[in-house]
Write a protein that binds this ligand. Sequence first.
Ligand SMILES: N[C@@H](CCC(=O)N[C@@H](CS)C(=O)NCC(=O)O)C(=O)O
Length: 200
Amino acid sequence: MKLYTSLTSPFARKVRVAIIEKHLSDLVENVVIDPWASPDELLRINPLSQVPTLLLDDDLPLSNSDTMLDWFEHHYPNPALLPDDETLRTRALAIVALTQGLIECTVDIVLERRRISAQQSQAMIERRLTTIDRVVETLAIRFDADTQHFHLDGIGVACALAYLDLRVPERNWRERSKQLTAWQAWATERDSMRATQPPP
Ligand SMILES: N[C@@H](CCC(=O)N[C@@H](CS)C(=O)NCC(=O)O)C(=O)O
């Protein structure tokens, strides 16, 4: 398998972390690519020109990080990155969806700030920042921040918060939750998170 990735994409990082947590690194070749340059190699398999893109061994390309996580969970169930219990599993997936939204909000801000200043919408940036604050506060309540396991919900939380640190550090999400701050310090030390840390 090949995983087309960039070194900074938080969507791709979720998948890279899950691959390491599932001990599948030997099965997956990482291909570092800039999706914004629309390289032919990526366009040939993914018309969205996005990372992550996973090219399966039968040459089927998958887009969308959560689709890939689902595929890995189904084909390589051990170690499991979701609980067996149906209720707990649904709760974990609800957190995964929230963290995906959190990453999308942060990416929106990054893209807006990349526009020339006359074209930037401060109202849009403010709206996304307010959403980010709300999601962090909600995660502080709903996410079960235990350190017994590092499942897909935890991977989503860790990658989303790390991306906030990278792109909107001035918002200082840590002010909103001591518990999440402590949990993130633990998550950051995991081998999978250390190995996928974006370059400075
Ligand atoms: N929903 C997708 C989002 C992927 C995405 O937006 N990736 C960004 C990099 S962070 C990208 O490749 N952007 C290039 C583009 O959209 O042209 C996922 O979860 O994988």
